[in-house]
Design a protein around this ligand. Sequence first.
Ligand code: NAI
Ligand code: HPV
Length: 528
Amino acid sequence: MKVLVSDPVADAGMELLREAGHEVETGYDLDGDALLEAVRDVNALIVRSGTEVDRELFEAAPNLVIVGRAGVGVDNIDIDAATDHGVIVANAPQGNIRAAAEHTVAMAFAVARSIPQAHDRLKDGEWAKGDYLGRELNNKTLGIVGLGRVGQEVAKRLDSFGMDLVVFDPYISEERAGQFGAELVDEVHECLERADFATIHTPLLPETEGMIGAEELESLGDGYLVNVARGGLVDEDALAEAVANGPVKGAALDVFAEEPLPADSPLLDVDDIVVTPHLGASTEAAQENVAIDTARQVLAAFNEEPVMSALNAPSMDESAFPRVKPYIDVAETAGRIAAQLLGERISSVEVHYEGEIADEEIDLVTASALKGVFSQLEYEVNAVNAPQLAEDRGIEVTESKTRQTEDFQSLVRVTVEDGDSSMSVEGTLFAGDDPRIVRIDDYRVDARPYGHMLVARNRDEPGVIGLVGTVLGESNVNIAGMFNARETIGGEAITVYNLDGPVPTETLQRLLADDRVIEVTTITLDEA
Ligand SMILES: NC(=O)C1=CN([C@@H]2O[C@H](COP(=O)(O)OP(=O)(O)OC[C@H]3O[C@@H](n4cnc5c(N)ncnc54)[C@H](O)[C@@H]3O)[C@@H](O)[C@H]2O)C=CC1
Ligand SMILES: O=C(O)C(=O)COP(=O)(O)O
């Protein structure tokens, strides 16, 4: 497989990919058409915050399986576009959070003690001791906006520096905040009003964009703002104004709405605004961590294993995967057969689980059943985009589970419906890993799902199987195996054939010309 790394990532990650036999190329200066050209034949793209991964890029990269973000923030990646194209987006949500938290603490001290300003003047030969009277963090209140992974690490560190902690985060509980010695408040304004130092740690989302504007800075008053999260969270013009002319005392920023920060940014003109060029994650340890984590996600995607930190695809516990994996294939096959047999547009899909499989995480199995159902569509469907596709088309998807089972250790049943008609297909595993289709509609069968198959519904009369054998034989289609099941003697029967090749359309027409044959459907699956 081919991997393009378009932002600088530690060697440890690239080594892992190379050791696994993959081709890894770097292209740190690529953008525009050069980037689109470079992704044309790649299977994975690894980025940090520097690469804009937009819809156009996904359109230009037909072989892309995964975009790995060697870090936390994915605001530079169009995840909806990735999902539409069936591409996994995975980040590395743990490896750099301590680095980001330490940088936050460093920035708070830097601005409160004017370290960069004093440093510059001393380097210029000036002993400006009398010009700086800083503020201590000790005994002050820290307002944390967003108590997620980084926010929590910051809370732990600054709590131990003697700060009182107030948190605004609408998605966490009071108990959770309490575990970090913090008080949860309901309004961002209250958090900022009480804060001597405010620090932001939310993702950049449409809902959080510009969340700290002129009014919020007014609430902060004579305090300091630290932003090591994302530039777009803060109105930069309002901040420059609030620090230059009051009321805000100072700000320390690692991130900017536009990066690199344009030279004419008003932030650069204000002395009490301390800036760093997005260095929060730039430590040796953090870079090694996220590079390795990202490479592992890419390898998992290449191996069709669950991608643990996928943001747009179902995942599961690594230890459970070996138990669930065979059912992923069974569900896809059952979905594929059910949809092909129904042969109409589909308004709902139900995936039912019985037996031991009912105890497992089955999101990936259901996604795979949907992939099977949609496999006849003209474009590439996979477990990443199939659930989205169902939603986009207004197809209702339901799951049901029961621990009880009649005959098999575990069973997956996929039922597709459109209005009055429906079709159910049940699959299981014999001897732990041998996939079998054990029911089609109301018929119990025992069919091996692979290669070219023919499912015939016919009247249960003598000679029909002979007819099918003769007609297939005359078309030079060899029967590799077959299973016949019937409702009642003389009623309807269903026969499933495994064939060595495809059935020509005229052969199907010849079969249908016999009035004992009610319906014939060909199904194409992967070879065994
Ligand atoms: N400067 C740098 O190099 C780095 C920056 N980051 C950035 O730091 C930020 C935080 O990262 P993590 O803590 O890992 O993310 P996280 O997802 O663990 O935590 C985010 C927190 O924000 C909260 N939140 C969401 N919407 C909110 C709202 N409207 N108001 C208040 N809180 C809200 C969530 O409930 C969650 O607790 C991200 O923007 C990330 O990209 C992360 C690492 C390095
Ligand atoms: O992980 C994050 O969210 C970061 O902001 C780090 O960004 P970077 O990988 O240094 O471009």
